[in-house]
Structure formats: structure tokens, C-alpha cells
Design a protein around this ligand. Structure first.
Ligand code: NAP
Length: 250
């Protein structure tokens, strides 16, 4: 949390328009961050920025497709030149294109890898220099239990999420001496648009596999991200924090 005389730390959150990314953005704004909200369409981001300001927080937004590497890198450069800093990067934007591997098309594979994994690499590469210069940075990549234990029908998604874990450990090793940490938060099943089409009987079966006997909420995930990106978390890096209500326990 910044004191009144300190400039606010700046957080760049992708996939901020709804679901987990929206909850993370609201939470970080309450922690005193200026939050740059990012996803493809401007209207929900503008509404969320307004909501954050109405609550006394600070936010701006950029409509960017994170699978457009040049646009994503440019938006990070703009934030650094407009606001003078970038302290926190949350790579949260994600999609699913599920299919059994025998039926999965190249397009389904490529789209998920580009949105869920390549975008994180591109954003980290753009954010690393300004973070290193300030000798402070918190990078948080949102993966999934699918990337930790695998999930039938999600070869593309699990590969991307598993890739985020390897990427994060490597960034942790490369940037640790410069005050920049890099961690993963891996949710289990969370009630958002991404999971809303699951049939009720499947949701009930999933609920049975979860130790706390309920699906997660976006706020459950935002609470973990809030700690990982905090100033207090400087000794936590290269870790994967699984927030799944005790579903996998691995
Ligand atoms: P969601 O409700 O579907 O929201 C996805 C967000 O990503 C939206 O803000 C969407 O905004 C944005 N997005 C999608 N494609 C984008 C693109 N090409 N460029 C920019 N933004 C894009 O999903 P969610 O459940 O909150 O998931 C958030 C993250 O958590 C994802 O990485 C997901 O894989 C992960 N996760 C979710 C669950 C779950 O059970 N829900 C479990 C494990 C992990 P626009 O469509 O407006 O661009």
C-alpha cells in the first residue's frame, strides 16, 4: 500500500473485463495500486475503471488483444512512458478451445498457446526492463490445475498453463537478483463465464472432488494474487500456488 506521499505502484492486469481478472483488479485497486485494465473490448474496462474510481481507487484501461504481440508490447511501453513505472504484471487473460487430442485442430492449438502462453512471454519481456531499472517487480501468471495435473480434452490449455509454470521459474531465476519476483497462481474450478456452460451434474461431480465442497469464486483467486504481488512477498519466487479448495493437493 502506498502512503499519501509515495506514488502509487502501477499494476497491469490482462483479462480484466470480467471473472478472475476483474476480481484481481478490484482487489489491487483497494490495495492502493493504480490498475491498468486490459482486455479486447473497451466498454467493460471503462465501466470497471469508473467503478474503481467511485470506490476511491485509481485505474485506466487499454483495449488490447494479447495475442497481437506487437500491440501488447506497445501497450506496456505506453504505460511506462505515461505513468513512469510498471511494478506489477498479472498475466491473466485466457481462453479454452477444448477437444480430444485426436480431434484438436492446429488452429485450436495455436490460438490457446498464443493467448494463454505466448502473451505472457511477450508481456514479461516488455515489462522486465522497467522493473529491473526500479529494482522492484512482481510478475504473477495465472495458470490452472490443468497445467499441474493435466485434464482430458485440454491438451492445448494444459500445455499452455504448464508452460507458464516453466516460464515463471526461469524468469524467477533470471530476474531475482534485480528485485523482480515471478510466481504462478493456479486456480481449480472457479465460477466465471469460462465454466458457466458446464452441466450441473458435472459441476456437482467436481464439487464432490473438492475438499471444501464448493467451486471457487474469483475473489478466492484474487486473494492469493493480492499476497503474491504485495511488497511483503519479496522472498516468494518461482512458486506455483494452487488455489483449488483442496481438489488436487499435489
Ligand atoms: P473469463 O471469465 O472467460 O475471462 C477471460 C478474460 O480474458 C476476459 O477479460 C477476456 O476479455 C480476456 N481475454 C480473452 N481473450 C483475450 C485476448 N485475446 N486478449 C485480451 N484479453 C482476452 O475467464 P476466467 O475464468 O476469469 O479466467 C481467467 C484466467 O484464469 C484464465 O487465464 C483462465 O485460464 C484461468 N483459470 C480459470 C479457471 C476457471 O475455472 N474459471 C480455472 C483455472 C484457471 P475479452 O473477451 O473482453 O477480451
Amino acid at each position: 500500500m502506498s502512503t499519501p506521499n509515495e506514488p502509487r505502484r502501477v499494476a497491469f492486469v490482462t483479462g480484466a473485463s470480467r471473472g478472475i481478472g476483474k476480481a484481481i483488479s478490484l482487489r489491487l485497486a483497494r490495495q492502493g495500486r493504480h490498475v491498468v485494465l486490459v482486455s479486447r473490448s473497451a466498454a467493460p474496462l471503462s465501466d470497471l475503471a469508473e467503478q474503481i474510481r467511485a470506490q476511491g481507487g485509481s485505474a485506466s484501461y487499454k483495449a488490447v488483444d494479447v495475442s497481437d504481440a506487437a500491440a501488447l508490447a506497445r501497450s506496456i511501453d505506453e504505460v511506462v512512458s505515461e505513468l513512469g513505472r510498471l511494478d506489477v504484471l498479472v498475466n491473466n487473460a485466457g481462453i479454452t478451445r477444448d477437444n480430444l487430442v485426436l480431434r484438436m485442430s492446429d488452429a485450436e492449438w495455436d490460438e490457446v498457446i498464443n493467448v494463454n502462453l505466448r502473451s505472457a512471454f511477450v508481456a514479461i519481456r516488455a515489462a522486465a526492463r522497467p522493473m529491473m531499472k526500479n529494482r522492484f517487480g512482481r510478475i504473477v501468471n495465472i495458470a490452472s490445475t490443468s497445467g499441474v495435473v493435466g485434464n482430458a480434452g485440454q491438451a492445448n490449455y494444459a500445455a499452455a498453463k504448464s508452460g507458464l509454470i516453466g516460464l515463471s521459474k526461469t524468469i524467477a531465476r533470471e530476474l531475482g537478483s534485480k528485485g523482480v519476483t515471478c510466481n504462478v497462481v493456479a486456480p481449480g474450478y472457479v465460477e466465471t463465464d469460462m465454466t458457466q456452460n458446464l452441466p450441473d451434474d458435472i459441476k456437482a461431480r467436481i464439487g464432490d472432488m473438492i475438499a471444501v465442497k464448493r467451486l471457487g469464486t474469483p475473489d478466492d483467486i484474487a486473494a492469493a494474487v493480492a499476497y503474491v504481488q504485495s511488497d511483503d512477498a519479496g522472498y516468494l519466487t518461482g512458486q506455483t500456488i494452487v488455489v483449488d479448495g483442496g481438489m488436487t493437493m499435489c
